[in-house]
Ligand binder design. Structure first.
Ligand SMILES: Cc1ncc(COP(=O)(O)O)c(C=O)c1O
Length: 486
């Protein structure tokens, strides 16, 4: 099914050749194959990483102008993921997302995005000077999180903004929930504009049918994926996949060159080359094991009093078209603990570190790095915590309906560059917000920089505080003051 031989790892091989030749280094980095490294650090890490910590030269190729092994490694990634071109990002998916946005929109142009985007999307919008048009995702009150945006929301937003230059979708969310990306791709393409995807949590989707479909498989035009989050690449390694119909591949390379360091780590890039081989050759079976373990955890957790772990029963609710079963969201509100408290108990008492927590949940990320022993340790810790806390504390209330999205009068870049002053929140009605104000749960901005502060929002913040829910984001942690544009 692949065009190329996915067993090959051209970049890793080139580095092995450099090592096997016994090359004498008169190039940076200055530690010269580890000789100049701090002893304690080296004795922990071992010798080998330093032998392939090299810089740009002919044998190992250049990330900015690839003509050799990096070019070939990127072509193999494109073949594995079904794109026209794929690029290595060593600035994580944050860097890839910024490049993706800068490749499709420019100063003053509209881009349609969900309201609950990762901050790298906002950075890309600030860098590009584009104007975001926001879509509300669907909210799930039981678990207190935002799911996907529906195809109907995308359709309506495009109808109202036919001059938009691109649409961005998250596939899947942090919690593993995917919207109907195929229908959204068809809607977006009917306007002949690119669909770009934040697939930070989807570099494995292509390789097992039990997972939601990938952006590339439904015709998305660019997808940014955190290969380091879910599959076997080292932290910071991500992929940017491009389809050439509506996006200029050469522009993507130019933008990446604008953003990325001229000294990319070959340790990281080699791990990406090898992670691609691993997922292409063994992904199906490795993921099969990860899915099985995560489903086992889900069904065990659902038998623990006070805990809930959503699964297939939520399919078909608004914004929920498909689920990644490897994401284990443990909702603990019926136990009367906040997710933050459960996170701390797991970490301090059981030395189990989850990925993140919010008011109602902790999120445990599953992957093919899991073992049944570790999954059982998580389940047993949760059982003990449930027995210790059942009936002892009060349940947190439902989150409150989010106020309507306020009007933006300047775009995020103008707001970022504007002079600002801090004033009392109660006196800020009608002023232009200079910062974000986020409601938790469900982790969505009430205000973005450049938007007009409304009476409805001020009232909402007070009600959140009154019922003990969270609002965050302003420089003032008490949220008594907010920075406004002057
Ligand atoms: C939805 C989403 N997009 C983008 C990113 C950024 O990815 P990275 O950490 O690889 O820069 C994250 C990180 O958590 C994320 O959750």
């Amino acid at each position: 099914m692949y065009r190329l031989d996915q067993n090959e790892t051209p970049l890793f091989d080139a580095l092995m050749e450099y090592v096997n030749r016994g090359t004498i280094p008169f190039h940076v980095p200055g530690h010269k194959k580890g000789i100049g490294i701090d002893e304690e650090y080296k004795s922990f890490i071992g010798d080998n990483p330093f032998k392939i910590d090299v810089t740009v030269f002919k044998l190992v190729d250049s990330l900015h102008h690839p003509t050799g092994p990096i070019k070939k490694a990127q072509e193999l990634a494109a073949d594995a993921y079904g794109s026209d071109a794929s690029f290595f990002s060593i600035h994580g998916t944050s860097g890839a997302i910024q490049a993706m946005i800068l490749s499709v929109v420019g100063d003053g142009e509209k881009i349609i995005i969900p309201r609950n985007v990762h901050k790298s999307v906002t950075s890309g919008i600030i860098l590009s000077g584009a104007s975001p048009v926001f879509m509300n995702p669907e909210f799930d009150k039981r678990v207190g999180i935002a799911h996907g945006v529906t195809p109907e929301t995308v359709e309506e937003t495009l109808r109202l903004n036919p001059d938009a230059r691109a649409v961005l979708i998250i596939n899947p969310t942090y919690y593993g929930v995917s919207t109907d990306v195929k229908r959204i791709a068809d809607i977006v393409h009917s306007y002949n504009i690119p669909l770009i995807m934040d697939e930070a949590h989807g570099p494995h989707l292509t390789f097992n049918d039990k997972l939601p479909v990938s952006g590339m498989s439904v015709g998305a035009d660019i997808c940014a994926q955190s290969t380091h989050k879910i599959i076997g690449a080292l932290t910071q390694c991500s992929l940017l996949h491009v389809r050439a119909d509506r996006v200029d591949v050469r522009r993507v390379q130019q933008v990446l060159n604008l953003l990325q360091t001229t000294s990319p780590s070959y340790i990281l890039m080699a791990s990406l080359d090898c992670a691609r081989r691993q997922i292409a050759m063994k992904g199906k079976e490795l993921l099969e094991g990860a899915i099985e373990l995560a489903n086992y955890a889900r069904s065990e957790i659902n038998n623990i009093p006070g805990l809930y772990c959503f699964g297939e029963e939520i399919l078909g609710s608004p914004g929920v078209f498909a689920l990644d079963p490897t994401k284990i969201t443990v909702t603990c509100r019926d136990l009367g603990l906040t997710g933050y408290e459960l996170d701390m108990l797991l970490s301090n008492k059981y030395h189990i570190q989850v990925e993140m927590s919010d008011l109602y949940n902790v999120l445990a990320v599953g992957s093919f790095g899991d073992t049944s022993e570790n999954i059982d340790k998580l389940i047993n810790a949760l059982k003990e915590i449930s027995a210790d806390y059942t009936g002892k504390t009060e349940t947190k209330p439902d989150f409150l309906d989010i106020p309507s999205i306020p009007k933006a009068v300047i775009n995020p870049r103008q707001a970022f560059n504007s002079k600002k002053t801090s004033i009392a929140l109660k006196d800020s009605i009608g002023k232009i917000s200079g910062e974000f104000l986020m409601a938790y749960p469900p982790g969505i901005p009430l205000l973005c920089p450049g938007e007009i502060i409304t009476e409805e929002i001020i009232g909402y913040v007070q009600r959140l505080k009154d019922v003990g829910l969270y609002v965050q984001g302003t420089e003032d942690p008490t949220i008594e003051n907010i920075k406004v544009v002057i």
